[in-house]
Design a protein around this ligand. Structure first.
Ligand SMILES: *Cc1c(COP(=O)(O)O)cnc(C)c1O
Length: 398
């Protein structure tokens, strides 16, 4: 009989198989056990046919990857510790010294900062294009361009680009080169979340999503994903991911699996509430312009209408240009239900003021007001949210 300390670890009891519940099991591992040396040497994790080490996947993470690939209409999925780390992973997987990356001018800011702060140091040229002008993208593509970023709509200012046209520009450019490394199109799909449109059907090669937002839905965890249809591209991302030792905690994976069960309902509810509030805001004194792709008159509305079946919980507001930055800040401070904070797609409504001009290099800003308020609508009652906006607007115009 082994000592208690040994027998507690090497215990013979196995619970009966056949347990079946709604929630997938949460499997925790760094070490994965092998029955013999032969399987230790031969087991393959890259095609998910087996398990070798916690870093390379568990039943919990494989399950999440499959569900996310299904959600987005892709075939392969790699999980990263945050949305931003998924963006950084893709940059590192596809870019080498001497390459160029073209990012949309209204791309997610920290993604730009990664390209400028890290990729540039590694000898990658970083440039921006106006995503509302496919011709501008065409003019900036060079034989060194290996990656073209896309975002629909753009972060903060919410211009909705013509994704098929931009993808077609890149495809035409690739057709003129005999390179074995054609330019890859990478969409930040956090807004669409796999629900508003199918990115791959619109010509996108790689889709990155901040699972922190809709898939989680709880404002309580961080994760990102990289989804592909093309196996060769997936292998590049997967290898880069493996070499960096990136992985996600299974308790967080469990939260996303749980959130995915209600994502379609939450997306639809927040979409309806957001459109109602954005439409109402347009009619209010003190408001100069509202940005939301489903509003006629919002930049790129026609592309959104053609390519998407839903819209996320974000809208942007420009107050009248007579209100300076401090009045815009005061308006945000006066809101009670809309709390101040980053991120979105959680239960709580949020807002944040942004100064637009420093965020743009290529896109003109035709408005006198340069301080935009970005709203993210949560799951509260629309009437209560409207009342909150109403009281803050009343203070503003009084
Ligand atoms: C939040 C966000 C990210 C980054 O996700 P994190 O998980 O916060 O790192 C990337 N892109 C967009 C469009 C986002 O809104």
């Amino acid at each position: 009989m082994a000592d208690l300390s040994t027998s507690l670890i090497h215990h013979g009891y196995r619970p009966p198989e056949g347990f079946d519940a709604v929630a997938p099991a949460v499997h925790k591992a760094s070490t994965v056990l092998f029955p013999d040396v032969k399987s230790l040497r031969s087991r393959e994790w890259k095609d998910k046919s087996a398990y070798t080490y916690g870093l390379h996947g568990t039943p919990t993470t494989y399950t999440l990857e499959e569900r996310l690939a299904t959600l987005e209409g892709g075939r392969f999925c790699v999980l990263a510790p945050s949305g931003l780390s998924a963006i950084a992973l893709v940059d590192m997987a596809f870019l080498r010294q001497g390459d160029q990356v073209l990012l949309p001018d209204n791309a997610y800011g920290p993604g730009k900062a990664f390209a400028e702060g890290e990729m540039r140091h590694w000898g990658v040229a970083v440039d921006y294009y106006d995503p509302m002008k496919p011709d501008d993208l065409a003019a900036r593509l060079t034989p060194a361009t290996r990656m073209v970023g896309l975002e629909a709509p753009g972060s903060i200012t919410l211009e909705y680009p013509d994704l098929p046209a931009l993808s077609a520009v890149v495809a035409a450019h690739n057709g003129t080169l005999s390179s074995d490394r054609p330019a890859v199109t990478v969409l930040d799909n956090t807004w669409g979340a796999g629900i508003a449109f199918n990115a791959f059907d619109l010509g996108v090669d790689v889709s990155v999503q901040a699972l922190t937002k809709y898939p989680s839905g709880g404002s309580d965890m961080m994760m990102g994903s990289v989804i592909t249809r093309d196996e060769r591209l997936h292998r590049q991302v997967q290898s880069c991911h493996m070499r960096q030792g990136l992985c996600v905690g299974v308790n967080d994976a469990e939260l996303v699996l749980r959130g995915l069960q209600t994502i379609a309902l939450r997306y639809a509810a927040q979409d309806a509430a957001t459109r109602e509030l954005a439409t109402w805001m347009q009619t209010q004194a003190g408001v100069a312009q509202v940005f939301h792709p489903a509003l006629p008159g919002s930049p790129g509305h026609a592309s959104w209408k053609r390519d998407a079946v839903a819209a996320a919980c974000l809208f942007g507001v420009l107050l009248d240009s007579r209100y300076d930055a401090s009045r815009v800040d005061a308006f945000c401070d006066d809101l009670r239900l809309f709390r101040l904070g980053w991120s979105w797609a959680g239960p709580i409504s949020l807002c944040a003021p942004y100064h637009v001009l420093p965020m743009r290099h290529r896109m003109p800003w035709p408005h006198k007001q340069t301080h935009l308020i970005r709203f993210a609508v949560g799951l509260e009652s629309v009437d209560d949210l409207r009342t909150d906006l109403s009281q803050a607007l009343a203070k503003l115009v009084s």
